[in-house]
Design a protein around this ligand. Structure first.
Ligand SMILES: Nc1nc2c(ncn2[C@@H]2O[C@H](COP(=O)(O)OP(=O)(O)OP(=O)(O)O)[C@@H](O)[C@H]2O)c(=O)[nH]1
Ligand SMILES: [Mg+2]
Length: 222
């Protein structure tokens, strides 16, 4: 029997992505740009949180946003409408952002004029998890209507994110979201990561989240 050459495409792609992501992170470090990657299911409030955070921190940081979507530019238009630089990446079908896509987004921005850069990943709780984007901080959002059982069903994102935001607390009375159960489930997977409950609609709870984020950016600076 002759030898077989095994080419593991998935492992090759992942390792190329990891290398590029590490290079992007180090380029961003050199330019003192702090990159935050937001991940969640569609509609849980990534763009709303980014817009709230931009409003809240606008006197403290120079900020910009890279939006990722399968199609359309509505999220980038929303950010640009608030007066912040915005780049829209259309993946044309891919369910997560890769480091190569982020690199193109970074090329379209003047990084020397940015201290804090937000990346909105494609809406879903699975695909974005294994793909390093070069971000310094990975934030996962969940909204109250999605339910408190998500850490049980999608453990990977809850194991690996650096912080969690539970959005839409304004509608908590209409859903059976058990906050204690949610915190216990996340705590088992990722005991160190903070959880911020807030409402992008009313603004409740946005200040503590922004203050924590601002401290994280500050801690990274020389
Ligand atoms: N009641 C309520 N609605 C909210 C809140 N935050 C966002 N929404 C609404 O939820 C919907 C989705 O919000 P987006 O910010 O677009 O969600 P997204 O995660 O960016 O969605 P995709 O980009 O499609 O993945 C919009 O209709 C928002 O107005 C909130 O705190 N409370
Ligand atoms: Mg969005």
């Amino acid at each position: 029997m002759s030898d077989i050459t095994l080419i593991n495409i998935k492992e090759e792609i992942l390792s190329e992505n990891r290398e590029l992501a590490a290079r992007l992170r180090s380029d961003l470090d050199e330019k003192s740009v702090f990159l935050v990657n937001f991940m969640s299911s569609p509609g849980s409030g990534k763009t709303s949180l980014i817009v709230r955070t931009l409003e809240h921190l606008k006197d403290q940081f120079q900020m910009a946003v890279i939006e990722g979507d399968v199609d359309s530019a509505v999220d980038a238009e929303r950010v640009a409408g608030e007066g912040f630089p915005a780049v829209q990446i259309k993946t044309g079908g891919s369910c997560h952002l890769t480091a190569a896509m982020v690199e193109k987004g970074l090329d379209a921005l003047t990084l020397e004029e940015i201290d804090l850069l937000f990346l909105e990943n494609i809406g879903n709780l699975i695909c974005p998890v294994g793909s390093d984007t070069g971000a310094h901080l990975n934030v996962a959002l969940l909204s109250i209507p999605e339910g408190d059982d998500k850490p049980l069903k999608y453990p990977k994102i809850f194991q690996t994110a650096d912080a969690f935001v539970v959005n839409k607390t304004d509608v908590a009375d209409f859903f059976d979201f058990d906050e204690d159960a949610f915190r216990r489930r996340v705590g088992r997977l990722n005991p160190e990561a903070p959880i911020f409950g807030l409402s992008c609609k009313t603004g409740d709870g946005v200040a503590p989240w922004c203050s924590w984020l601002s401290d994280r950016v500050g801690a990274k600076r020389p």
